[in-house]
Ligand binder design. Structure first.
Ligand SMILES: [Zn+2]
Ligand SMILES: [Zn+2]
Length: 1019
């Protein structure tokens, strides 16, 4: 135990992570083993060097060399002219195989003693070879005669500045003369001291003024550590430790931003927050402050210009916060909404370990609140929330949602959708949904208590067919669902617990009277006294009840071109059914003759309970904006335009759009393409990387990232062995707690907690193939028995996901019954927040840096995390990242590529056009016709009567899509041609179309998933 009398859990976790990492690296190198039963070259993945002959004989390209290198090295920029002198220390061992009748016939491989040689090098401009004899003798002396190595120094003077490359090369013959059967060197290390160097500079990127661009030296097949000034040492893995951020970076006292305080008396605290921001901005961003840095840090004029631009945006942001503050002071309804929201969030956060906002969350709410006062003007801008560090994004969303929901009610919106919140495909987790439900339940209790008029706050869950039903029918055809379908109703349970009382004892029920699929809370003490919970999970129920907040997946936007009742999400329904619990009605159809969506309804139609235009949703939320790229982004951009158009057509207004993104690179271009609006981001980045008014680095450890470049064995092998080592370590903690505690420096009182926090490892693959392979091979390729593996991917069934999350959150009492390894895909990276997940093995770098950032954020949420990033080192991108791994982790956001997106793809236009025309027919022409336009015959008649022409229709569509510029001639031509064909099809007396969606070809998209999400596309 170290000096301190009492070790905190946090300190114990840090010590344990350090120990775990040490054990894993040892397993990779073979440290501490004396003998081995199996071939070491098939086992170890770190520290080994193949012999040069062997590597040369293979497909001698860079790739093969990286996969099983024969050299490790360090690249320097010498500070002086040649000759250069330095001391190079080489460390290595060998493994030697005994004959069959050796001392230990079962474990014939033994490890030699350590070779540790200091080699004096003086080298001129031509480079040279050093230490060959010294190393050969040393290897022979430890028992590996015949193995040879040398230090090679190359001078590269074709760069701008001369570079020195110092390498340790395994020069052993492939088949050793001395009887040694393995020509690899193991546990190799290279250390250089006594050489004066200057750092490399990372290339200047646009906002370089924020970053430290120095790189002291580059590793070749290794990382480089600088244990003391002027000493450079190779490391087998590259470790980057990140630290937990603090959220107050001002010398002023931190205002009390608790939910309770802001609910009671928000103004003094908010004023103090804005005052502190003002002071910070002037200290760091004023002209004199920037001028001083320009001199001190030797900025170029370009860097200064970038800094000036950033400063202007920082002060604009300050201005918005001031405006928000003023509105809260002067507008009673906005202030009351904000206070009620705080009360509601306070209720929903109870028992979750937090009772206050972080300053940046309140900062965002203040900056956004203006849209309530001037929605038309503010909707011109898309606000993007970018929180690099720590969570808090969902809560911030919810704060905005609830403020808006209360504001809507207080200003006469008694019912209808306040916000439609969309998540990318398959990324809406049950946990995420639950948080929305909990927040709305809190708001509903507050609404009742504060006597705010209107319908109860409610939640809708609008996802693809795989999750919940589109509708429930009395007599099912094909894949339709009826009340007695298999699994009904339990299979469709969405909530994990009651949002009002947290009781997990929920009961699903299908109420035939009301024709509703319901969640019921069985707790008698539950504060919700009105029967079924106010949560709607069937599409048609969402249309009938238009819940306050609809959460759903992105792809559902396609329904707007298929389903006329979708108009409830952009504008008013038609009427209200007279029968209790039937809800809103829509256009009539043969199966819904009066427009009520409940089968066989005999009700009559009542007028809407509020002015039609108030049905317009106030907000559209887009989560993970950066994923809307390539063809998915292109398709969505057309549908966003359609949603905007329909809402404006039906209600005369636009929804405010708020998005979140993991990346800042190119967001303004992306927003422009997607929404045809200007983009703005919150918060503005600080004056230096990792530091702003809103965040500051603290001492507490966040995640330890360990980059691994596997050598000589497969990535799967390394993943298996890493997980195996991690599992072996936690099991040792059970079997020999005192030994482990002594080794790791841990107070034994923390053992149970550590076992829970580090006993479940995540193995993460970007592809389903990787994940499944990892899950499978683990069972067969480990030294530890009884590893329980579960998979969490897009293919995992809905109810299975729920069970797994439950088991992860509340682990079984006995360790052997718990889940030990979760094999997961990107499904994990969104909204799965489990504090027990603190170790991860990543199989290759994900396709995007954003995915890397988000996925790794799933571990170490509250306690120090450990992430192994196994590089697929044969791939150029992985090799590049390995080289820059520390900058990649610490400045990850700069490595995010600009997002490829366009709305001018003609291929995509061909896919989206039918939906545009269909939506106009359903939601504009049909209401205008005052009759049912559900069949081609009726539509044909209407088209004639109203004298609609293909050219008019085509120009309306071009207008919606913003394809009106001189550069869009071809696009307009394409639209005209398609619409003409559509009219011709409609007029064709021989048409086989029974429904209007069958007119024209192709049919409207059924889901935005109909495109291949990642296919690159062009204008
Ligand atoms: Zn309850
Ligand atoms: Zn009805």
């Amino acid at each position: 135990m170290s000096g301190k009398a009492v070790q905190s859990l946090e300190e114990a976790c840090e010590a344990f992570v350090t120990w775990l990492d040490g054990r894993v690296v040892a397993a990779g190198r073979g440290d501490g083993l004396d003998r081995l039963e199996v071939d070491p070259s098939g086992t170890f993945w770190l520290g080994r060097l193949a012999c040069e002959d062997e590597v040369r004989k293979g497909t001698s390209d860079d790739r093969a060399e990286r996969l099983d290198p024969c050299a490790i090295g360090i690249r320097f920029r010498p500070a002086q002219a040649p000759p250069w002198s330095m001391t190079v220390t080489v460390r290595a061992r060998a493994w030697v195989k005994d004959p069959k009748d050796g001392p230990d016939p079962d474990r014939r491989w033994w490890r030699t003693g350590l070779v540790e040689e200091k080699i004096s090098v003086v080298v001129g401009a031509d480079g040279g070879i050093f230490g060959a004899k010294q190393l050969r003798d040393a290897l022979a002396a430890v028992g590996a005669p015949g193995l040879t190595a040398e230090v090679r120094v190359d001078v590269e003077d074709w760069h701008r500045d001369t570079e020195l490359v110092v390498q340790l090369v395994n020069t052993s013959p492939e088949k050793s003369r001395g009887g040694v059967t393995d020509s690899h060197l193991y546990e190799t290390q290279l250390e250089v001291s006594g050489l004066a160097t200057t750092p490399f500079q990372l290339e200047a990127l646009p906002d370089s003024f924020r970053y430290d661009r120095d790189v002291p030296a580059y590793g070749i097949n290794v990382g480089v550590e600088v244990p003391a000034p002027g000493v450079f040492r190779s490391s087998d893995t590259i470790t980057v430790q990140t630290v937990r951020p603090g959220y107050w970076n001002s010398s002023r006292p931190e205002p009390t931003l608790s939910f309770e305080r802001l609910a009671a008396d928000p103004m003094p605290e908010l004023a103090a927050l804005v005052k502190a921001l003002e002071e910070y901005d002037h200290t760091h961003w004023s002209e004199p402050a920037l001028a001083a840095r320009e001199v001190a840090e030797g900025w170029t004029s370009g860097m200064r210009a970038e800094a000036d631009k950033a400063a202007a945006e920082v002060f604009a942001e300050l201005g918005r916060l001031r405006t928000g503050l003023e509105l809260l002071q002067t507008n009673g309804e906005i202030r009351l909404s904000f206070q009620l929201m705080n009360r509601a969030i306070g209720l929903s956060a109870k028992g979750r370990g937090y009772d206050a906002w972080r300053p940046f969350q309140v900062g965002f709410l203040l900056s956004a609140i203006r849209f309530l006062a001037d929605p038309a003007d503010d909707a011109k801008i898309v606000d993007t929330v970018w929180f690099a560090t720590g969570g808090g994004k969902t809560e911030t969303y919810l704060g905005l949602l609830l403020t808006t929901a209360f504001f809507d009610r207080l200003t006469g919106k008694r019912t209808g959708v306040t916000a439609w919140s969309r998540f990318p495909l398959r990324l809406l987790s049950l946990q995420q949904t639950q948080r929305f439900a909990d927040a709305l339940a809190g708001a509903e209790l507050v609404r009742q208590e504060a006597n705010v008029k209107g319908a109860p706050f409610s939640l809708g869950f609008l996802v693809g067919k795989a999750g919940t039903p589109n509708k429930i029918v009395p007599k099912p055809e094909e894949n339709e669902i009826d009340p007695d379908s298999p699994g009904m109703p339990d299979k469709y349970r969405v909530l994990l617990h009651c949002p009002f009382c947290r009781d997990e004892n929920l009961r699903m029920k299908f109420d035939r009277q009301r024709w509703k699929l319901e969640h019921h809370c069985a707790n008698k003490q539950c504060p919700w006294k009105r029967g079924a919970l106010p949560v709607y999970i069937v599409d048609q129920e969402i249309f009938r009840f238009l819940p306050t907040v609809v959460v759903g997946t992105l792809d559902k936007a396609a329904s707007i071109g298929l389903q006329q009742a979708m108009r409830g999400l952009v504008g008013p329904p038609q009427k209200l059914c007279s029968v209790e619990w039937h809800g809103f009605t829509y256009a009539t159809r043969s199966k819904t003759p009066n427009g009520c969506l409940v089968p066989d309804c005999q009700g009559t139609l009542n007028p809407l309970p509020m002015p039609a235009e108030r049905f317009a949703p106030s907000l559209r939320l887009q989560d993970e904006l950066h994923l809307l790229r390539d063809s998915l982004g292109a398709v969505d951009s057309h549908y966003e335009s359609l949603l905007d158009y329909l809402q404006n057509e039906l209600t005369g207004s636009h929804a405010k759009i708020v998005a979140s993104s993991a990346t800042l690179t190119g967001y303004s271009h992306q927003v422009k393409v997607l929404y045809q609006r200007e983009g703005r981001v919150f918060p503005q980045q600080g004056p230096r990387s990792g530091e702003s008014f809103w965040t500051v680095r603290k001492a507490e450890k966040l995640r330890r990232f360990v980059a691994v470049a596997p050598r000589g064995v497969t990535l799967e092998h390394v993943s298996d062995r890493t997980l195996d080592a991690l599992q072996r370590c936690v099991r040792r903690l059970i079997d020999e707690p005192s030994a482990v505690c002594t080794e790791a420096g841990i107070d034994p009182k923390h053992v149970d907690e550590l076992l829970s926090l580090y006993g479940t490892n995540v193995v993460y693959g970007s592809t389903l193939y990787d994940v499944e392979a990892a899950g499978r091979s683990l069972g067969s390729n480990n030294t530890v028995d009884g590893i329980n593996v579960e998979q969490l991917t897009g293919q995992t069934d809905f109810d299975e996901v729920r069970d797994i999350l439950e088991r992860l959150e509340k682990p079984e009492a006995k360790f052997e019954d718990r889940i030990h390894v979760i094999a997961a895909s990107s499904m994990l990276s969104h909204g799965v927040d489990i504090d027990r997940l603190n170790t991860m093995v990543m199989l290759g770098l994900p396709l995007t840096t954003a995915e890397f950032i988000q996925t790794t954020a799933r571990v170490g949420r509250r306690h120090p995390g450990l992430v192994y990033v196994l590089h697929k080192i044969g791939r150029e991108r992985d090799a590049q990242t390995f080289r820059h791994f520390d900058k990649y982790v610490s400045q990850g956001d700069r490595f995010v590529d600009a997002i490829p997106i366009t709305r001018r793809s003609r291929r995509v236009l061909a896919l989206t056009l039918p939906g545009m025309v269909a939506a106009r027919t359903l939601m504009v022409h049909e209401p205008a016709s005052k009759q049912r336009l559900s069949t081609p015959a009726k539509l044909r008649q209407y088209v004639r009567d109203a004298k609609l022409t293909p050219d008019d229709e085509a120009s309306a569509v071009a207008e919606i899509l913003g394809l009106v510029g001189p550069e869009d001639t071809l696009h307009r031509q394409q639209i005209v041609e398609w619409v003409r064909d559509w009219f011709a099809d409609l007029e064709d007396p021989a048409t086989k179309a029974q429904f209007i969606s069958q007119i024209g070809h192709p049919s409207p998209m059924r889901s935005l998933r109909d495109v291949e999400a990642q296919a690159p596309i062009h204008d």
